[in-house]
Design a protein around this ligand. Structure first.
Ligand SMILES: NC(=O)c1ccc[n+]([C@@H]2O[C@H](COP(=O)([O-])OP(=O)(O)OC[C@H]3O[C@@H](n4cnc5c(N)ncnc54)[C@H](O)[C@@H]3O)[C@@H](O)[C@H]2O)c1
Ligand SMILES: [Zn+2]
Ligand SMILES: [Zn+2]
Length: 351
């Protein structure tokens, strides 16, 4: 049996190891991809740390980590008619059942029986990965593997921006990790008049500056809601995207929202939020969107068109590229707030 390198979590508790594994083969409805680029996400960090989320996420060990990736199809399983060997693809993490009411009504991304690639199945921090054909999105030549590997998180942020209908609006983004940075780039591509980047990390604000955010605000020591209201002639921002997962940020965001405004919530807070529902939502007539990933595949199509046209540029969010062997350094970088997106290259030899 031919072998490959893979980053595997073998048992409960912190840590993962790079080990040799059999190269998988494609079952019915599946393809095997040769992984050309994979990106590290907060979810991988949670599984690495084995925090309470990871312990309760239904993960069966051992598991290969990783879900954000792009590569080449090298094997096609029985019944797969949408892909052929040689196709370049990126992968959606959401694995739909295909039979529930949500799947039947165009909402596969929030399937009632949703499973996640790299969480409930073996993932892509490896030289090859087994992927449900229903989750593979063919990439045109213009999209590099590295950018293709960003499509999954970029799609979440892009959709958060889309639902706000941001053209001509002032939009605040709370949290400038990879998701917030992708949101800033998406807002600009979709015609926002002004973007306001908010983060407690100066490094992350520098990355936001590279994406030409119009205002950079560090909330530390500021009355953030007051600052945002002052920036908008006393009205508040037309819309916001919450991408920090911090409940203080989220309540400040609602305070700073203009009447009639829109909110897209992507961040996943660890604790419950206290809100003044009357003044922050009802009397404001706020419209609130929860965003869980991307529409399969309406978001992908629009986002890709924007990337190919050059209107949506996200390369600057990639701050590190590492061979797979250096996954541990990559995870440390992703844990710190000092990096943007960290890319693992499974076929690059360590120098
Ligand atoms: N809904 C989805 O489908 C989905 C998908 C991916 C990630 N997420 C969630 O989105 C969030 C962002 O993901 P990420 O990978 O960019 O995470 P990240 O941890 O890299 O980034 C979060 C950023 O928020 C900043 N921050 C923390 N407290 C803040 C505050 N009070 N005010 C402003 N900024 C603050 C941090 O400094 C950091 O830069 C996370 O909560 C993640 O779990 C959700
Ligand atoms: Zn992810
Ligand atoms: Zn379903």
């Amino acid at each position: 049996m031919p072998r490959m390198s893979a980053v595997v979590k073998e048992r409960a508790g912190p840590g993962v190891r790079l080990i040799e594994r059999d190269i998988p083969s494609a079952g019915p409805g599946e393809v095997i991809i040769r992984v050309r680029a994979a990106a590290i996400c907060g979810t991988d960090v949670h599984i690495y740390e084995w925090n309470s989320w990871a312990q309760n996420a239904g993960i069966k060990l051992p598991i290969i980590l990783g879900h954000e990736c792009a590569g080449d199809v090298v094997e096609v399983g029985r019944g797969v008619d949408n892909l052929v060997v040689g196709d370049r693809v990126a992968v959606d993490t959401h694995i739909p059942c295909g039979t529930c009411r949500l799947c039947h009504t165009g909402r596969q991304h929030i399937c009632q029986n949703l499973e996640l690639f790299g969480v409930h199945t073996e993932g892509c921090f490896a030289q090859y990965a087994r992927v449900p054909a229903a989750c593979a999105w063919p990439l045109p030549q213009e999209v590099t593997y590295e950018v293709g590997a960003l499509f999954e998180p970029l799609g979440t942020a892009f959709r958060g921006a889309q639902v706000l209908e941001p053209a001509g609006k002032t939009v605040a983004v709370f949290g400038c990790g990879p998701i917030g940075l992708f949101a800033l780039a998406s807002l600009r591509a979709l015609g926002a008049a002004r973007t306001i980047a908010i983060d407690v990390s100066p490094t992350r604000l520098e990355l936001a500056a590279k994406l030409e955010a119009d205002h950079l605000i560090n909330p530390a020591g500021n009355d953030l809601a007051a600052v945002l209201i002052a920036l908008t002639d006393g009205y508040g921002v037309d819309a916001f995207i919450e991408a920090s997962g911090n409940t203080t940020a989220l309540s400040q965001a609602f305070q700073a929202l203009m009447k009639g405004g829109r909110a897209a919530i992507i961040g996943l807070p660890e604790k419950n939020l206290e809100l003044d529902v009357g003044s922050d939502i009802v009397f404001k007539e706020a419209t609130i969107f929860g965003i869980h990933g991307r529409l399969m595949f309406a978001t992908w199509e629009t986002m890709q068109n924007m990337v190919v046209s050059g209107r949506l540029q996200v390369e600057s969010v990639i701050t590190h590229r590492l061979p797979l062997q250096d996954f541990a350094a990559g995870i440390e970088l992703a844990r710190s707030s000092s990096a943007g997106k960290v890319i693992l290259l499974p076929w690059q030899k360590k120098e």
